[in-house]
Ligand binder design. Structure first.
Ligand code: SAH
Ligand code: SF4
Length: 336
């Protein structure tokens, strides 16, 4: 095991079967080494990204997600520009310098409306980064939003295996369209985050290795990895959630594979385990995403059951308790 960890740290790549061995291991050394690499590069500094869940309307029907259009149980909302700006104002006073606008694929927000929102945020908060996480959009749209000032975009590939992708999504969605969008984002100069759920139905260790190899090739600035968690009103209601150990091992392997990567300890990780975010950080994660969505709609942004969102103050307190420090800056990706 130690030989594999040494080699991954040195060469940043392993053979597929070797990756599987590490992903499946029970050894604390993997996570300890990943934490040491994180500390070498970032010290005890953790980046915060304020999450604004601006709409829970979605035209898609992903089998795993509670916001899918086929779920009639969800009370739908969308936020106005003014409401979004109020979230930013609140986040700014709490020291947040990145705002992530996340939502379902909601055609209500035209390109012009979104560009106006991005422009307004950038005008008022020149020292802040704007990240979008609004699903797949056309080249024209992505280009326009980049020109309006959007700095980053999060779009998980969800899986890098086409057959597995088809198990998670209805036929109108495809892995090739997803990946094309990711390459477009890169071409337009976004800092890009991709990623995937661990333990999604039908996923094998081999699929995770395919994701690692895609990430190697795609070379994103950020990778979001969290456990799949079933939502009661989806076709996957009866499925098992992703396993804590496998999520942590995946984070650790990613840290060793790409030492300067932005790696969030996700809300989903903090949901399957009360101290999941802290465990993620101890396995090499260096980003946490406090929630800025107004309390009256937060519960309606239900991707999965029992979502354990957390406010910035609580997150900062928890970081201090494990000897980490929340950075008050945009926290851009940097090359090492
Ligand atoms: N609509 C956009 C952004 C919102 S969904 C998009 O799909 O990209 C953001 C992420 O939530 C998805 O990429 C998915 O990986 C995650 N997600 C959705 N349902 C989930 C579930 N049941 N368990 C864990 N993560 C889930
Ligand atoms: Fe919509 Fe995103 Fe949920 Fe898919 S994962 S249903 S695109 S919100």
């Amino acid at each position: 095991m130690r030989e594999l960890i040494d080699r991954l740290e040195r060469e940043k790549i392993l053979a597929p079967a070797e990756f599987e061995t590490l992903l499946d291991c029970d050894d604390d050394i993997l996570r300890q080494r990943a934490q040491a690499v994180r500390e070498q590069i970032f010290g005890n500094r953790i980046y915060l990204r304020g999450l604004i869940e601006c709409t829970n309307h979605c035209k898609n029907n992903c089998y795993y997600c509670g916001l899918r259009r086929g779920n009639p149980g969800t009370q739908r909302y969308r936020m106005t520009k003014e409401q979004i700006l109020a979230c930013c104002a609140n986040g700014y006073t709490q020291g947040l310098r990145t705002f992530v606008l996340q939502g379902g694929e909601d055609p209500y927000y035209t390109d012009d409306m979104l560009a106006g929102i991005v422009l307004a945020i950038k005008e008022e908060y020149a020292d802040c980064a704007v990240t979008l996480s609004l699903g797949e959009r056309s080249q024209e749209s992505l280009k326009l939003l980049r020109e309006a000032g959007a700095d980053r975009y999060l779009l998980r590939q969800e899986t890098s295996n086409a057959a597995h992708y088809a198990m998670l999504h209805p036929p109108e969605m495809s892995l090739s369209a997803r990946q094309k969008c990711l390459w477009d984002l890169k071409a337009f100069g976004y800092q890009v985050g991709c990623g995937f759920m661990v333990g999604s139905p039908g996923q094998t260790l081999g699929h995770i290795v395919e994701d690692l190899l895609f990430i190697k090739r795609f070379d994103p600035e950020m990778v979001g990895v969290g456990p799949f968690i079933p939502h009661a009103s989806t076709p996957f209601a009866g499925e098992r959630p992703g396993e804590l150990r496998l999520v942590l091992n995946t984070i650790a392997v990613l840290r060793l594979m790409k030492p300067n990567l932005l790696l969030p300890a996700t809300t989903a990780l903090g949901t399957i385990e009360g101290t999941g975010r802290e465990m993620g950080i101890r396995a090499g994660a260096n980003v946490v995403m406090p929630n800025l969505t107004p309390a009256n709609v937060r519960g309606d942004y239900s991707l999965y059951d029992n979502k354990n969102s957390m406010e910035a103050e609580n997150i900062k307190r928890r970081l201090r308790a494990i000897g980490c420090e929340a950075v008050i800056s945009k926290g851009d990706y940097f090359d090492v």
